[in-house]
Design a protein around this ligand. Structure first.
Ligand SMILES: Cc1ncc(CNC=O)c(N)n1
Length: 231
């Protein structure tokens, strides 16, 4: 088992996550190449959409913190590798900066965060996160969701920073937050953890994790859709 795990860790994106990304490619593209992201990238974004997204995302991130804390707790109880906890703890630490960043960014755009009303897609997504916090949910299922949630933002915002993108200067800071290389490294660490765990998991748990992966993608698409403003 030891040797097998090493082989998986040596290469990037080999394992269950790769299989799923291929199998559910269209949904994944729906989540990572959403019209809102494409409009940031091509410079045609309507700023009211951006502001709507920013305000809603602040609310989401506040609910995301206890979710990540619950993944940390599961790692401590259930993981067979002590370094998982350190990767997840790094995620918790960066969320502290992220909340401060949202406040600064909101004031830059003249958004009053205390006045934001969460929309249905946001409430649905937060409720889904809450369901994953239950102690009944396996660590493998929760870490899979965590990896997927972070990776959608990484792939989406990194796309807005690629050569040839026409992202406006005032939006680059947002794109950097999730699109930067070190966030990319962190997502790959989460992916390696997920793959290592999935390799040892029963078929039943692997199927549960796949369902949760797909549901994350669907929630992410609905979340981007909120920026259109048709509640
Ligand atoms: C809706 C959504 N999905 C993923 C992220 C990225 N994780 C933490 O910031 C996010 N901010 N918002």
């Amino acid at each position: 088992m030891e040797g097998k795990t090493k082989v998986v860790e040596a290469a990037e994106r080999t394992g269950m996550t790769e299989t799923w990304l291929k199998k559910h490619r269209l949904v994944y593209i729906g989540a990572t190449r959403h019209p809102l992201i494409l409009s940031i990238r091509d410079g045609t974004i309507d700023l009211s959409s951006f502001k709507r997204w920013l305000g809603q995302d602040y609310i989401f991130v506040r609910a995301f913190v206890p979710f990540v804390a619950s993944v940390l707790l599961k790692a401590w109880k259930e993981s067979d590798d002590g370094s998982d906890m350190e990767v997840i703890l790094g995620g918790v630490a960066s969320l502290n900066d992220e909340i401060a960043w949202f406040k600064k960014e909101a004031s830059k755009w003249g958004i009053e965060l205390s006045g934001i009303v969460p929309q249905k897609a946001n409430l649905d997504y937060c409720r889904f996160l809450e369901s994953l916090m239950s102690s009944e949910v396996e660590y493998i299922v929760a870490i899979t969701a965590f990896w997927a949630i972070e990776t959608v933002y990484q792939e989406s915002f990194a796309h807005c920073l690629e050569d040839g993108s026409k992202t406006a200067e005032e939006l680059k800071d947002t794109c950097q937050r999730w699109g930067n290389d070190s966030f990319g490294q962190y997502c790959r660490s989460l992916e390696r953890i997920a793959n290592r765990c999935l390799e040892k998991a029963s078929d039943d748990v692997v199927s549960k994790a796949e369902v949760v992966f797909l549901r994350v993608l669907e929630h992410e698409i609905e979340f981007w859709n909120m920026s259109h403003g048709e509640t």
